[in-house]
Design a protein around this ligand. Structure first.
Ligand code: ADP
Ligand code: MG
Ligand code: MG
Ligand code: MG
Ligand code: MG
Length: 633
C-alpha cells in the first residue's frame, strides 16, 4: 500500500449495503481514468522493491523468541524522518498487517541504469540498520517469511491472549493484539472477511509426516475454547489455522515496474505471470506454521485461505440463493487471465464476471481483454470502507476502484497511474517469499528486473495456458519443489509462435533447474539470456561483479547445489537435539533457529549450504557520477 487512507471504518452491515455503490462508482472511476491515461506515453523504466520484516524479541535466559508487537512505536520515528524530508529520505516505511511487522521500500524508485543493481543491496542494508537503530535490547528485525511459532501459546511480547468469542479474528490462536493497531484497515478487513464468509477462515496445511507424528494427527481444539466450528473445519493430518493473521502475518518480497505505456505494461504483466510459480518455488521459505513442520514450503495458500471471504454458496457448497456467482478462487490467488493481445489465446480458464459491467466497460472503449480483467476484479465486494470515502467525485477520485483493486491480491497486479501524478502504468510482481539476507533479496530483485529487460529487449514469449500456470502454482508450494517437481513451461521462448502450431505443442515439463540453467540442446535457460543481454550492454566492473554473484546464487539454488531457505529451515529443525521427529517446533528449537538466522543475516557466521562460498558484493549506497554518466552515453 501507498499511504493508507485514514478514517472511520463502517460496520460490515453498512459496508455490505454499499457494495453495489462501491462497484458502480469504482467501474466509472476506472473508465474515467482509462480515458484520461490510455494514451500516456514515454514513461521510463522505474522500479522498486518492497521488503516486509518481522520484529523478534529474544529472551536469552529463558531461551525464547517471540514476535515483538512494537511495530507502531518503531514506525513513528521512521515516518517522522520521511515527514521532514519526503523526497530526500533513502527509505520509506509502512505498517503491515501484524503489530510485529513493517514494510520498507527505497526512498525513490530506481531507474533504468544497470548501475542501479549495485545500490539495491546497500539500500536494503541501510533499511535494516535504520530499524536496528530503533530496537530495544533483545529485539531483532528479520526478513523471515513466516514466524515459526506464530499462533502458539505465548508467542507475542508483551503477552496477549486470543479471544475465540469476541473481537476481529475470533481465533483460537491469534490474538487481535497481534494485528497492527494504529490503523483501522487491518482489523476491519479481518472482521469483514470473517463476517462476509459467514464463518471463520480455515487454513489446513498437510503436516510433515515424520516418524512420530500420531496417525491420525488431530488436535483438541475444545480445550482452546472452540464452540465446535473449528473442530469441524479442521482436517485430520493437517495443521489447522483460523485467522487472517496466519496469512497476512507472513512477509514477502515484491517488485513494481513502470512501463513506457499501457501496452508495454500489459506485455510485462503477461510475460511475468508464468514466472510467478517458478519464482515461488525458487524462493520457498516457509515450511513451518503454528509451530509445526508442514508438507509445504510456501506461504501462498496460507494467505489465500486466510482472506477467503467467499460464502458457502460462492464456494459451491450450497446452491446459489443470496449470492450471484460461483467463484473459483479466493481474492488472494494467481491471476485468471492475460491482458495482452498475444496472451488472449492462452486464456483457457472461464472467467466469472457481471455481464453488465463488462458491457459498460466495452461501450466505453475498453477492449475485451482489459474489460474482462476489470469486470472479473469487480466480482468481489468491498471488505473495508470508510465513511469519509463513500461519496466521491468520479471524475477525479479513484478510491472506489482502488478499494476493489487493492483487495484483489494476485500474483501479478496491473497498476494504473494514480490521479494527478507523474507515475505511469505499472505492474507488480508479487509471488516471492522473502529471504534471510539482503544479499539474497537483492539477488532475486535484480534477477527479475533483468528478466523484465530481457523479455522486452528480445521480445521473449513465455506464455502458456493460464490453467497450466495454475497447476504450476500448486506444484511450486510442495515440499522441495525445486528439486522434485516439473513445471509447465514454454519450449521455445525466443522465436515467435507459428500460426499453425497447436497450443498443446508449445509447452512441456521442465525442472526449475532446466528453466533457469537450461537443458542442453532443448532449452536455452533464463540465465543464458540474461547474460547475453548483459554482454550487449556497457556495464561497469563493480556492477558486473555484483550481478554475477547474484546470478550465481540463483543458478545454484535452481540446480540444488544450494538449499532453498525452506529446505535449510527444515534441516535446522530436523537436526536439533530437542526435535522428536513429531513435526513439533518447540520454543527452544524456535529460539535456536532464529538465533542461527540472526547470525546469518548479520554475517557473524557463514552459511555456505544456503548462500554459497561468496556472499560479499561490491554494493554501494550511491552510483558514482562518472559511472552514471558513462552509462547514459
Ligand atoms: P504497494 O504496497 O501498493 O504495492 P508500495 O508503495 O508499497 O506499493 O511499493 C511500490 C514500489 O514501487 C516501491 O518499491 C516503490 O519504490 C516503487 N515505485 C514508486 N514509484 C514508482 C514508479 N513510478 N515506477 C515504478 N515503481 C515505482
Ligand atoms: Mg507496499
Ligand atoms: Mg501492499
Ligand atoms: Mg506489504
Ligand atoms: Mg506491493
Amino acid at each position: 500500500m501507498g499511504l493508507l487512507t485514514e478514517g472511520s471504518p463502517l460496520s460490515w452491515e453498512e459496508t455490505k449495503k454499499l457494495s453495489d455503490h462501491v462497484r458502480k462508482h469504482g467501474v466509472i472511476q476506472f473508465i474515467n481514468l482509462y480515458k484520461r491515461l490510455r494514451d500516456r506515453q514515454g514513461d521510463v523504466l522505474k522500479w522498486g522493491d518492497e521488503v516486509e520484516y518481522i520484529l523478534v524479541k529474544f529472551d536469552d535466559e529463558k531461551k525464547t523468541a517471540k514476535v515483538s508487537l512494537r511495530a507502531p512505536e518503531i514506525l513513528t520515528p521512521l515516518n517522522e524522518k520521511e515527514h521532514k524530508d519526503p523526497t530526500g529520505v533513502k527509505s520509506l516505511w509502512r505498517p503491515e498487517y501484524g503489530a510485529y511487522m513493517i514494510e520498507g521500500t527505497p526512498g525513490k524508485p530506481y531507474g533504468g541504469l544497470l548501475a542501479h543493481f549495485n545500490v539495491v543491496e546497500a539500500n536494503m542494508r541501510y533499511r535494516r540498520q535504520e530499524v536496528m537503530n530503533e530496537l530495544k535490547p533483545g529485539e531483532a528485525v528479520m526478513s523471515l517469511t513466516s514466524f515459526p511459532r506464530l499462533g502458539c501459546p505465548d508467542f507475542t511480547d508483551p503477552p496477549s491472549q486470543p479471544t475465540p468469542s469476541s473481537g476481529a479474528s475470533r481465533s483460537l490462536f491469534f490474538p487481535d493484539e497481534a494485528i497492527f493497531p494504529g490503523h483501522p484497515r487491518f482489523k476491519t478487513l479481518t472482521r469483514n472477511i470473517r463476517q462476509r464468509r459467514g464463518e471463520k477462515v480455515a487454513i489446513n496445511l498437510p503436516i510433515f509426516r515424520d516418524e512420530n507424528v500420531p496417525e491420525p494427527f488431530r488436535e483438541d481444539l475444545k480445550a482452546l475454547g472452540d464452540d465446535g466450528s473449528s473442530q469441524s473445519a479442521a482436517k485430520d493430518n493437517h495443521v489447522y489455522m483460523d485467522a487472517m493473521g496466519f496469512g497476512m502475518g507472513c512477509c514477502c518480497l515484491q517488485l513494481t515496474f513502470q512501463a513506457c505505456n499501457i501496452e508495454e505494461a500489459r506485455t510485462l504483466y503477461d510475460q511475468l505471470a508464468p514466472l510467478c510459480p517458478i519464482m515461488l518455488a525458487l524462493t520457498a521459505a516457509s515450511p513451518i506454521h503454528r509451530g509445526y513442520l508442514t508438507d509445504v514450503d510456501c506461504r501462498w495458500n496460507v494467505i489465500s485461505c486466510s482472506v477467503d471471504c467467499r460464502t458457502q454458496e460462492e464456494r459451491g457448497l450450497e446452491p446459489l440463493k443470496e449470492n450471484k456467482f460461483r467463484i473459483n478462487k479466493s481474492r488472494y490467488d494467481s491471476i485468471d487471465s492475460y491482458l495482452s493481445n498475444q496472451g488472449g489465446k492462452y486464456n483457457d480458464v472461464p472467467l466469472t464476471y457481471d455481464d453488465d459491467i463488462y458491457k459498460q466497460l466495452m461501450e466505453n472503449g475498453i477492449d475485451r481483454l482489459l474489460a474482462q480483467h476489470v469486470a472479473h476484479l469487480f466480482i468481489r465486494d468491498s471488505v473495508s470502507l470508510f465513511s469519509e470515502k463513500v461519496h466521491q467525485n468520479d471524475e477525479e477520485d479513484t478510491d472506489h476502484f482502488e478499494n476493489i483493486q487493492s483487495t484483489n491480491w494476485q500474483t501479478m497486479r496491473f497498476k494504473p497511474p494514480p490521479p494527478n501524478s507523474s507515475i505511469g502504468w505499472r505492474v507488480e510482481f508479487r509471488p516471492c517469499e522473502v529471504q534471510i539476507t539482503d544479499f539474497e533479496n537483492a539477488a532475486i530483485v535484480c534477477f527479475i528486473v533483468l528478466l523484465s529487460r530481457v523479455i522486452l529487449s528480445y521480445n521473449l514469449n513465455l506464455l502458456i495456458p493460464i490453467s497450466k500456470v495454475d497447476e504450476n502454482m500448486a506444484k511450486a508450494q510442495k515440499r522441495d519443489a525445486v528439486r522434485t517437481e516439473k513445471f509447465w513451461f514454454r519450449k521455445d521462448i525466443t522465436s515467435e509462435a507459428k500460426d499453425d502450431q497447436k497450443v498443446e505443442d508449445e509447452y512441456t515439463e521442465f525442472t526449475v533447474n532446466e528453466i533457469i540453467n537450461g537443458k542442453e540442446g532443448v532449452f536455452v535457460g533464463l540465465i543464458a539470456l540474461v547474460n547475453s543481454y548483459l554482454a550487449s550492454m556497457n556495464v561497469d566492473a563493480d556492477t558486473h561483479c555484483t550481478v554475477q554473484r547474484y546470478l550465481k546464487l540463483i543458478q545454484r539454488r535452481a540446480s540444488g547445489e544450494l538449499l532453498t531457505t525452506a529446505a535449510w529451515l527444515r534441516r535446522q529443525v530436523e537436526s536439533h537435539p530437542e526435535y522428536m521427529k513429531d513435526a513439533v517446533v518447540t520454543p527452544r528449537i524456535n529460539y535456536d533457529l532464529l538465533k542461527r538466522v540472526y547470525e546469518i543475516q548479520t554475517n557473524e557466521k557463514p552459511c555456505p549450504e544456503l548462500l554459497g562460498p561468496c556472499t560479499t558484493s561490491r554494493t554501494t549506497e550511491k552510483i558514482p557520477a562518472a559511472i552514471a554518466k558513462a552509462e547514459k552515453c
